[in-house]
Design a protein around this ligand. Structure first.
Ligand SMILES: [Zn+2]
Length: 267
């Protein structure tokens, strides 16, 4: 089975076609999708949708672009209460983005840390968005002492990857891995330990080759799997099994729900 560990299957992104898309995925070989919230509204929607679609898990959190939500909505409290739902498997996506100057950098840092602390208290992992901000991102995680999470749509180099891996965290590759221009990313894919890898689409963004330019969908996560399996010379079926084990190990709350199967609790 295929797993998309990061997509935004939400009204804001898919509009009137959301239900059609959800139905298509529910009939495909993509058996799990983490539906990722990025502000209060999308986090609530992601949680709501898990009640209707078995293949969906939700994550809740405030993205660096949406930090203004914290000021207007008492978000820490709201995120905490949403995260009590057992199908919420992580706090995210949260992090730092210095590439686009949308939210004040100081606010980004403050609320990133606050949200990591929520995750720490609940014992759920974090899904990290980090762009042009590796040093601060890593330092804040270090300050919290909570290295339980995944760098989503990873797009840094070998040095950064090594730091993340040494700390015990995961790396998730998106469709960018299929881009010709992303040689550096392919180098990272060559060295990442197999027990620390996840794949994602970040739908509706970042459609992989050969679907570039189209709206992305979790159905296209297979292209990320294929590219990685070619880089590493592993069979696709074997890779699918490894990624499934990784997913359940990181997103611990998922184990009670996946196809009624039982997993050994990580010690
Ligand atoms: Zn995302």
């Amino acid at each position: 089975m295929l797993i998309d560990s990061h997509a935004h299957l939400l009204k804001e992104e898919f509009g009137e076609e959301l239900e059609k898309e959800l139905k298509k995925i529910s009939e495909s070989s993509v058996k799990i999708v983490n539906n990722i919230g990025y502000n209060l509204k999308s986090s609530e929607e992601a949680v709501r949708l898990t009640a209707r679609y078995e293949f969906l898990f939700a994550t809740v959190g405030i993205h660096p672009y949406d930090i203004k939500d914290f000021v207007s909505n008492n978000a820490v409290e709201n995120i905490c209460s949403l995260a009590k739902n057992k199908r919420v498997v992580a706090i995210g996506e949260i992090g730092l983005d210095y590439f686009r100057d949308i939210s004040d950098f100081g606010d980004q840092k403050k609320y990133f840390k606050d949200q990591i602390l929520i995750a720490k208290e609940l014992g759920v992992p974090i899904i990290i968005h980090s762009r042009d901000a590796f040093k601060d991102t890593f330092n804040i995680i270090k300050e919290t002492g909570y290295f339980n999470g995944v760098f989503h749509s990873f797009d840094y180099g070998i040095e950064e990857a090594k730091k993340i891996l040494d700390s015990g965290m995961f790396i998730s590759f998106s469709g960018m891995l299929t881009f010709k221009s992303k040689e550096k990313l392919k180098e990272v894919a060559k060295i990442v330990p197999l027990d620390r890898v996840l794949f994602e689409t970040d739908s509706p963004y970042l459609a992989p080759v050969p679907k570039r330019g189209k709206r992305n969908t979790p159905l296209y996560v297979e292209y990320v799997y294929k590219t990685f399996s070619e880089i590493r010379g592993i069979k696709l079926e074997e890779l699918e099994k490894i990624v499934e084990e990784n997913f359940v190990r990181l997103f611990n709350r998922s184990k009670n729900f996946i196809n009624g199967r039982h997993y050994v609790q990580d010690s």
